[in-house]
Design a protein around this ligand. Structure first.
Ligand code: PMP
Length: 460
């Protein structure tokens, strides 16, 4: 069965959007003033199409997730087959379904080493909630109940649930809902361009890792449960830590017997040129929350890979009273399995590592000649462009942080490229199937948008 294009009444949909729909992470008044959201009606490969007929290169792979691109008929077929066979069953009643078990085994094969056990959820936020409860429970069962504190980083993103926001380091999110919850400590992020340009990157990375050890000693190592971090911060602005940072973090965690959690919700499934970001960056976590690329966003599913050492302890603690109706949903699991099969069949991980990843890096480097570009950085198919008013001092437009990203982003979208503007950066995370030609288009549109934005930025 191929997709049937429907005819939508777009003005009517936009009116209904304003009247009834509350979109995610949004200013509802702004949407009202816009006359409703942009309605995206269909997509194919690396392009989305909106209700006004604009065809837009999707530099964000949806929301860092559509790794295999849009329009994969076989995922629709697999979902339909599984729905016919068994649309739902739970994993509460000492029960499991075939796709769920097969997917757990498949993930364990990809994470490798001691990461041999998998807990399913529906979203990245839930995966981090699972980590939060599982880690605290683990320490209690192990006989060290004081180990409750999580150390995380400012400007990290770990989700939008109560634990997710709390683990995250977004101050604007903390301000809504009286968060973080107690027991979470935030330390500085390894953001060299923004916070460490007066130092050698490696030295700066070491300093940022040292901040973790300092905090451990301050709160008492006997009280610390885990350190959690994204291998590469995504929503914080594609912050790629300096070389050696993660090795230091790992050494510090091991020194004090603290669990190491790699939030791979964005970095997983080929994004950085290996299956997981921790493999690219060379460290070994104890727990790995993952989502997004697990199903390429075709259905909501997330997972936490857990080391055998942790599971052996949990086995001595009776029921772990945690889990969701949709933990291990058979249709989502079947789709995720086929998605992984496609990534393998098309060698998308190798393609990112050896071909399009380095190609994007080189194309972005050429953009550094632009007068508004302070730095470009990328790893695999995660990239960022830092916009500055002054290349020498890295001063920002309008004399403060955060003005430039949204302005340049809007020009990019108007010129046919979906990217995100985070503070003063443009970030990108295109589908892993992107071609070299499409990468050229992507970078050309950013270049043109920087030119177009220049008068507006200078007037700030
Ligand atoms: N962790 C990270 C690193 C993420 O980037 C995100 C989402 N962008 C989440 C967790 C939360 O995932 P979700 O939106 O699926 O809850």
């Amino acid at each position: 069965m191929t997709a049937v294009r429907k005819n939508y009444d777009i003005p009517a949909l936009r009116r209904l959007d304003v009247a009834h729909h509350l979109p995610a992470q949004q200013d509802y008044k702004l949407i009202e003033d816009m006359g409703g959201s942009r309605i995206v009606t269909h997509a194919e490969g690396c392009y989305i199409t909106d209700g006004d007929g604009n065809r837009i290169l999707d530099g964000m792979a949806g929301l860092w997730c559509v790794n295999i691109g849009y329009g994969r008929e076989e995922l629709a077929d697999v979902a339909a087959e599984q729905m016919r066979e068994l649309p739902f069953y739970n994993t509460f009643f000492k029960t499991a379904t075939p796709p769920t078990v097969e997917l757990a085994a498949k993930i364990a094969g990809l994470t490798g080493g001691k990461l041999q056990h998998v807990f399913f959820n529906a979203s990245g936020s839930e995966a981090n909630d699972t980590v939060f409860r599982m880690v605290r429970h683990y320490w209690k069962v192990k006989g060290e109940p004081n180990r409750k504190i999580f150390i995380s980083r400012w400007n990290a993103y770990h989700g939008s649930t109560v634990a997710g926001v709390s683990l995250g380091g977004m101050k604007a999110m903390h301000a809504q809902g009286d968060l973080p919850i107690p027991g979470i400590e935030h330390v500085r992020q390894p953001y060299w361009f923004g916070e460490g340009r007066d130092m050698e990157p490696r030295e700066f990375g070491k300093l940022c890792a040292q901040a973790i050890e300092d905090r451990i000693l301050q709160v008492g190592p006997e009280n610390v449960a885990a350190f959690v971090g994204e291998p590469v911060q995504g929503a914080g602005g594609v912050i790629i830590p300096p070389e050696g940072y993660w090795q230091e973090v790992e050494r510090i965690c091991r020194k004090y017997g603290i669990l190491l959690v790699a939030d791979e919700v964005i970095c997983g499934f080929g994004r950085t040129g290996e299956w997981f970001g921790h493999q690219t960056l060379g460290f070994t976590p104890d727990l790995v929350p993952m989502a997004k690329g697990l199903s390429s966003g075709y259905l909501p599913i997330s997972a936490v890979a857990v080391s055998s050492d942790v599971v052996e302890v949990l086995k001595t603690g009776g029921d772990f009273v945690h889990g969701f109706t949709y933990s291990g949903h058979p249709v989502c699991a079947a789709v995720a399995l086929r998605n992984i099969e496609i990534i393998e069949r098309e060698n998308l991980v190798g393609k990112v590592r050896d071909d399009v990843g380095p190609y994007l890096n080189a194309a972005l480097k050429r953009l550094e000649e632009h007068p508004l570009v302070g730095e470009t950085r990328s790893i695999g198919l995660l990239g960022a462009v830092e916009i500055v008013a002054d290349k020498k001092t890295a001063a920002r437009f309008g004399g403060k942080e955060g003005n430039a990203g949204p302005v340049v982003r809007d020009f990019c979208i108007d010129n046919g490229l979906m990217v995100r503007g985070i503070r003063d950066t443009i970030v990108m995370s295109p589908p892993l199937i992107i071609s070299r030609q499409q990468i050229d288009d992507l970078v050309d549109i950013i270049r043109r948008s920087l030119d177009l934005a220049m008068p507006k930025l200078k007037a700030l």
